[in-house]
Design a protein around this ligand. Structure first.
Ligand code: AMP
Length: 394
């Protein structure tokens, strides 16, 4: 993972194409509701400005499925970015069309432009070579800073690197530093805590983390498949009956590897999938028929926190309950609060767990919150990320 960054290149006065992750949430009036991803791109843009570059930014936004749709325009991003930088951001009307090309060729050093949503062309997600070549023609150097899209082999995240010298920006560099150290050389004890809905989504990451961690804590919807595999009844809880053998094998693997595998002791159950449903807490092996496990209980929270306190490195991915409903967000919130108080390396692997930490206002208390849900999961699984593989080696 020793990839060149913007610091390893002579960028003075160059025209640079930067792939950002501006896939920000917007409301129905195209108003940005969370600008975190735009803010995360600023260090690289500022560095390029200091180096007197002409900067061409690109990104995807949502899934417009290969055609222009005004609700997926990046125009609001250009406006937000201009506000944050206190500087004009020129918006192109298209991606590789007349407008983008002429604006790119007239772009002066120290100026910034943003081309339209790369997914307005279906070629983007097909990693089409010709499309990548057209993007590349606009610049002299390619910088990838879109960690959130680095697990995709698309034209603007990987393909373009075939036609331009390609390096990473500071955001990708930072992600690789923290996630990379956690999986290759963690300070021990190394504890991972995994939640989320399904075992099937997390098999790869559980399997790979069992090679690396000292303790693996499992919560969330996944836990019920493990309970069922041990022969307990789980009522209507989310449970993958076709993954029972797999869960058994993962438990066996943990034992063989000497990894302490910790499952919840108790669970908060509800009658229905509803925010205000009747609820109560029961032992993990006493879930009555007709009830559904939606969160970890107080005993589990205590147990998990005790284990986490022993750690020098913690990686957390996935909420520990149905955290969208307040009464089942307690496990997730308590774990977030406990991690915030800890004096060790705490890495939050994007997605819902990152959202939960932010919602609790605890982001500044964590060592690193990944900007990529899917990308950080694939990285922790040990998979090669195309958006990083394609960059020049140091
Ligand atoms: P994932 O994308 O796999 O990390 O899963 C996140 C989703 O899992 C969130 O929407 C949670 O509400 C959901 N989830 C976590 N625990 C449970 C549970 N016990 N029952 C149902 N859904 C859950």
């Amino acid at each position: 993972m020793n990839k060149k960054t913007v610091k390893d290149m002579d960028l003075k006065g160059k025209k640079v194409l930067v792939r950002c992750d501006f896939n920000v949430p917007m409301d129905e009036n195209q108003k940005i509701t969370d600008n975190t991803r735009i803010v995360a791109a600023l260090p690289t843009i500022q560095y390029l400005l200091e180096n007197d570059c002409a900067i061409i930014l690109c990104s995807h936004l949502g899934r417009p499925k290969g055609e222009f749709k005004s609700e997926y325009s990046l125009k609001p991003v250009a406006e937000e970015l201009a506000k944050l930088l206190g500087k004009e951001v020129i918006m192109a009307k298209d991606v590789i069309g007349e407008d983008a090309k002429s604006k790119a060729s007239n772009l002066k050093n120290g100026q910034i432009m943003l081309i339209e949503n790369v997914r307005f062309h279906k070629e983007e997600t097909e990693n089409d070579q010709e499309f990548a070549k057209e993007l590349a023609k606009m610049a002299e150097i390619y910088v990838n800073d879109a960690f959130g899209a680095a697990h995709r082999a698309h034209s603007s995240t990987a393909g373009v690197a075939e036609f331009l010298p390609a390096v990473s920006g500071f955001l990708i560099e930072k992600e690789l530093k923290f996630l990379g150290k956690a999986i290759s050389n963690p300070e021990r004890p190394f504890v991972a805590i995994l939640g989320g809905a399904k075992v099937s989504d997390k098999i790869g990451v559980i399997d790979s983390l069992l090679e690396k961690v000292d303790t693996l804590i499992i919560g969330g919807g996944m836990a019920y498949t493990f309970f069922k595999a041990q022969g307990y009844e789980v009522g209507n809880s989310i449970c993958e009956l076709d993954k029972l053998e797999l869960a058994t094998n993962l438990m066996k693997k943990a034992e063989e590897k000497g990894v302490k595998l910790i499952l919840p002791m108790d669970t908060k159950i509800g009658k229905e999938y509803k925010a205000d449903t009747e609820s109560k807490t029961v032992k993990y092996n006493e879930i009555p028929e007709g009830w559904e496990g939606f969160d970890i209980g107080e005993e589990s929270i205590k147990l998990f926190i005790e284990e986490l306190k022993k750690a020098k490195t913690v990686v957390w991915n996935g909420p520990l309950g149905l955290f969208e409903f307040d009464q089942f967000a307690i496990g997730t919130n308590e774990i977030a609060k406990a991690l915030a108080k800890m004096d060790c390396t705490t890495i939050i692997g994007g997605g819902d767990s990152a959202a939960a930490v932010k919602k609790a206002g605890l982001e500044d208390k964590m060592t690193h919150i990944s900007t990529g849900g899917g990308a950080s999961l694939e990285f922790l699984e040990g998979k090669a990320l195309p958006g990083i593989e394609c960059l020049l080696n140091k």
